[in-house]
Design a protein around this ligand. Sequence first.
Ligand SMILES: [Zn+2]
Length: 312
Amino acid sequence: MILTEGQYILGIDLGGTNIRMGLVDREYQLSHFQMFNCSEVLAKEPMASLQKAIVDYVRRFDVMHKVTAISLGVPAVVNKNHSYVYSAPNVYGLDELDLGLEMENALGLPVFVDRDVNFILTHDIQTLHLDPHSDKTILGLYLGTGFGNSLYINGRIHLGAHGSAGELGHIPLYGVDMKCPCGQVGCVESLISGRALVNLANTELGGCDISQVFTRFGSHPRVIRFVKDIAIPAATEVTLLDPDYVILGGGVLAMEGFPIQMLMDEIRTRSRHPFPAEDLHFILAQGDQHAGVMGGAMLVMDYLKQGKSFRS
Ligand SMILES: [Zn+2]
């Protein structure tokens, strides 16, 4: 099935802080983009609140009959059936929930659920035209509240056996025993995430405002270590997968004064030599607010074009 003229994919990007929604047509034109604070929308009953937010949105713009399908990106581990959410440590109330099926039953529209970073990487690859022949290997490393990671291997998003591939933020670090919101101990995110940076600012930088960490304390040894520590999981993944491109993004890397060159140099230094280290191509993500909404719609349109079921 191909999206007909006047029909849209409703793209939804559910983050830890904000929900973004927009309509995307078959020419990939975005319209009616809206952003809401999550805490207002999700409040106590996340499913009911999310459904209400969607119904309010389509009524406000009178587009219910124009939506063909919904893409819903979540910061979570999602089963490869694109419906069931296993674990969402940064969003209240989504753990162990058949989100796609429940939304589909409530709204009467097909719903495609996936990890938000898979949508963002899809957007970045398509808008930058990085893979015209669908054969590249591209890594997305997005350091925000958590450490988001998406793997695109040989021309497609790699989901793994269960849909949980690419959880780089939750691989174990040697000698670290801090508890992670995911339930494990010693995860990468305990030391390398926006959350960890806030903690660092509060404990070791005298309560420095988080937005000024790199401008005021850029040469502080502890801040330099934070940046170089990012390279350890990044270089691990680079060494394992020998990518054509590495996309770097997320709120922490977009902060004023973030030493992006130091990070790239360190990833190169810590990766296997001579390759992939000596031929690493980094791309800085543009930090587009619309990326999750657009990328989800792009992925859904690919599925529709190929006649593939969402629930594979
Ligand atoms: Zn974890």
